[in-house]
Design a protein. Structure first.
Length: 94
């Protein structure tokens, strides 16, 4: 399976697509589906090194990822902006 990083130019005035589904793939990767039909994976390894996101290093806690109001969230308030997800996710082909 081939994948490509999201490179779609988005107008700054256009709203970011909402997340409609999230699933945990491994200890630092999420499978994401957006409301515009795109889907792919998001490696959040870079984010786990930030103090505000250190709880995501715990595999049990990371598996608690959920969708709320169009973005990915965790129980203690960590979240990922739809804009960041749309830019950083690697799109699945097909």
């Amino acid at each position: 399976m081939t994948s490509t990083r999201s490179t779609t130019a988005v107008s700054p005035d256009a709203p970011a697509p909402d997340v409609v589904r999230v699933a945990v793939v491994d200890e630092q990767t999420l499978a994401i589906e957006l409301d515009d039909g795109r889907s792919g994976s998001l490696d959040i390894g870079w984010l786990r090194d930030l103090p505000a996101y250190e709880r995501l290093r715990n595999p049990s806690y990371f598996r608690m990822a959920a969708v709320d109001f169009g973005t990915v969230v965790w129980p203690e308030g960590e979240d990922l902006s739809p804009e960041s997800i749309a830019v950083r996710m690697v799109l699945a082909d097909g």
